[in-house]
Design a protein around this ligand. Structure first.
Ligand code: ADP
Ligand code: MG
Length: 696
């Protein structure tokens, strides 16, 4: 009996035509199984209406009432206001992004039902950008009878409503009798992990009823979640074992260690390397000198100088006449590295290319020729491009920068790129420390090097926290900084994962800055600009013709502008601690400067957000930050954002769920000799079956 039914195309589901299919692909859903395991990032409780007199600011509620008044007004930017009552109190709605028809629909006397986080502003209750429905009193819509799952949709145009229905249809397709699914269920029953079948577990997680104990779900302590968490962990453990076994059978090119060329390289750098950098380079070049494939992680805090370490390793490879690639998470970062490498190696005759999503076809063909012939020695590019379009035949080293993901999927991807049993060495660079339990299980196949020292002359960035209502005070500060020849980032954070609102906030902030000060030259970078527009702004910022760069989180990782001394983060309360630390690390990179970071927040700070802000004020040490992050995260507030732990997992969080690792190991051992089940588990949690086979 073979049973890969759930692995068939999502097209087989009612409601998925060619157009929807394309939108689903954007969020990684290609099969029925992909949809089933596309788990909600949060839930909304729209099963009941809360009286205005009962709300506690800081929480989300569904509220229903009558529209009393509404108006468009201009507090620096165009805004909308409406006032509602349900007889027990008053609440106001505020929108910054709205159309005129939208505003006109708020007619006095009509009813409105809305859902959103209630805040307390100036003694008034307020909901900012709620989701809502306006209706007349005889058209009252029914209440939901399950919690409403919210999925992250990124840049996909699929609506929550449609996605919810598609997933519901998929759950109904899970076979219940006589199937591999059932056999896996049994393993969980007999080991007393969970009494829930996969079907029940998914049902509960995608649409929990109120009695399903939402608190448990929010804390990831519901047995239905445990079932999925353990299943995912054990599958990944099996995956690590399989990929390690395969990799161990392969050999890597032996790279000759040339002290002379390293010495020359160091001599041409504009700075002297730290002891830590030198010793990490030594560890890497020793590894590269073996035919045993290297899998090494370089861990160093933001700003510790990991890039130059990668450059030294890649130079050694080039000198041995082999190729290496440097993979970056963003184009901005790839371009920056390319510039730095070109500068650092300008005395070497090494063919080096940059390849990103924006590289023109003609140019790309030329680059590819160079790669195939072996003429090109160093390739710098983005992950996505490398996965899709590159084949190198002389590849000896892959460096992955700002790697927060060391997933099993990545392990297989790299295996796919190997030819003739020649495995490239691998080097990962990260600012996120890996906890000990994980180093011993999921990452048992990685060696770790630490850059535990900062370049000299770096002062810790001073951080302060400030209410957005005082933002006018920042203008003078910005003017002083820029007059002294320094520069500032003004960062706008995401609203509810919506890229569009993100972009609009950035545009509004740029306009606001320009209106408030005629002395500041303000630039703008966000995801909706063309490459040329982005390049122009970033280059002008680097060169100093722009004083303030307003941007979205595109700059989050890696960006390096040594002259920038101030980082302002709008709506910092929305960001996780490690992300804040990454962002702060964008300033104070030049020697002997005092850099500052200002965290702006809107409304009132919740307990956890407050704790994050104080942690940022207290320390600049990435290790401490990640420790505090773990403590705070225990509360389960940031549902669905698995921000650390180092693997890209669907539901498990290696840190939160470390308690389950032992059990998962045991099950992994038990299951590993049942290939039919392993196949199903691997395709379910790690990747398409064809991809995994291709990697064999
Ligand atoms: P990260 O570890 O965050 O990736 P980068 O590699 O971007 O850090 O380096 C941060 C900045 O420090 C860069 O401007 C880089 O040129 C500079 N830098 C790196 N090593 C040294 C050093 N030993 N001395 C002085 N500056 C250095
Ligand atoms: Mg970096």
């Amino acid at each position: 009996m073979t049973n890969f039914y759930l692995n068939t195309s999502i097209e087989n589901i009612k409601g998925v035509g060619p157009k929807v299919k394309i939108q689903l692909e954007k969020i990684g859903i290609e099969t029925i199984q992909d949809a089933l395991f596309y788990l909600p990032k949060s839930y909304e409780n729209r099963t009941k209406i809360t009286k205005i007199s009962d709300v506690e600011p800081g929480n989300a509620y569904q509220i229903e009432g009558e529209i009393l008044e509404s108006k468009i007004y201009y507090p620096g930017r165009r805004a909308f206001y409406a006032k509602i009552t349900d007889g027990t109190g008053f609440i106001q709605i505020r929108l910054f992004f709205f159309s005129n028809p939208q505003a006109n629909a708020f007619i006095k006397g009509l009813k409105i039902r809305m859902y959103g986080v209630v805040r307390n502003t100036g003694n008034k209750l307020e909901v900012f950008h709620p989701s809502y429905k306006i209706f007349t009193s005889n058209q009252r819509p029914p209440l939901d009878n399950t919690l409403t799952p919210i999925y992250s949709v990124g840049s996909s145009k699929i609506s929550q409503f449609r996605l919810r229905n598609i997933i519901k249809n998929c759950i109904n397709k899970i076979p219940s009798e006589d199937s591999f699914e059932k056999k896996i269920d049994e393993v969980f029953y007999t080991n007393n992990i969970s009494e829930f079948s996969i079907k029940e577990s998914l049902q509960i997680i995608h649409s929990p009823s109120v009695k399903d104990e939402i608190l448990k779900i929010k804390n990831f302590s519901h047995p239905a979640q445990k079932r999925l968490i353990v299943e995912e962990l054990l599958t990944n453990l099996i995956g690590v074992k399989i990929s390690t076994k395969r990799i161990d059978k392969l050999i890597s090119p032996k790279i000759i260690k040339s002290e002379a060329s390293l010495k020359e390289f160091k001599k041409n750098l504009p700075f002297q390397m730290t002891k830590a950098q030198v010793s990490v380079i030594d560890e890497i070049t020793n590894d590269l000198n073996q035919i045993k494939p290297m899998r090494r992680l370089v861990q160093g805090d933001v700003g510790s100088g990991k890039t130059v370490v990668a450059a030294a390793a890649m130079l050694s490879v080039a000198k041995s006449n082999f190729q290496s690639v440097l993979l970056c998470p963003t184009e901005v970062l790839a371009e920056q590295h390319f510039k730095n490498f070109s500068q650092w190696m300008k005395n070497e005759k090494i063919e080096m290319n940059l390849l990103t999503g924006k590289t023109k076809k003609k140019e790309w063909e030329k680059i590819n020729e160079g790669l195939i012939s072996g003429k090109t020695k160093i390739l710098i590019g983005t992950h996505s491009v490398f996965q899709k379009r590159v084949s190198l035949n002389n590849l000896a080293l892959v460096v992955v920068d700002e790697q927060q993901r060391f997933g099993v999927k990545q392990r297989f991807e790299i295996l796919q790129k190997t030819s003739q049993n020649l495995m490239p060495h691998q080097l990962f660079m990260t600012a996120t420390p890996i906890p000990r339990t994980l180093a011993m299980t999921m990452f048992a196949d990685l060696s770790v090097s630490k850059i535990d020292e900062m370049p000299p002359g770096r002062n810790p960035v001073l951080t302060s926290v400030m209410s957005n209502t005082k933002r006018d005070e920042l203008i003078e500060r910005l003017e002083v900084i820029c007059k002294n020849g320094n520069q500032a980032f003004w960062l706008c954070t995401m609203i509810e994962e919506s890229e569009n609102l993100d972009v609009q906030t950035a545009e509004a902030s740029k306009k606001w800055l320009e209106e408030k000060s005629s002395n500041l030259k303000v630039g703008l970078v966000h995801s909706k600009l063309t490459k040329n527009q982005k390049d122009k702004a970033i280059n002008e910022f680097r060169e100093g013709t722009i004083d303030v760069l307003v941007c979205t989180t595109v700059i989050e990782v890696g960006m390096d502008v040594p002259n920038a001394s101030l980082m302002i983060i709008e709506n910092a309360e929305r960001l996780g601690l490690s992300q804040l630390h990454q962002l702060r690390g964008r300033v104070g990179r030049g020697p002997d400067m005092q850099a500052h970071c200002i965290l702006l927040y809107e409304g009132e700070l919740g307990e956890t957000a407050e704790a994050r802000m104080s942690a940022m004020k207290e320390t600049n040490d990435g290790f401490k930050i990640s420790e505090i992050d773990l403590e705070i995260r225990g509360s389960g507030e940031i549902l669905g954002t698995k921000q650390s732990g180092g693997m890209e997992l669907k539901i498990a969080d290696l840190i939160r769920d470390a308690q389950f690792l032992d059990k998962s190991e045991k099950l992994a051992r038990e299951l590993k000799d049942r290939p039919e089940l392993v196949d199903l588990l691997m395709s379910r949690w790690i990747g398409k079956k064809e991809d995994l086979i291709a990697a064999q």
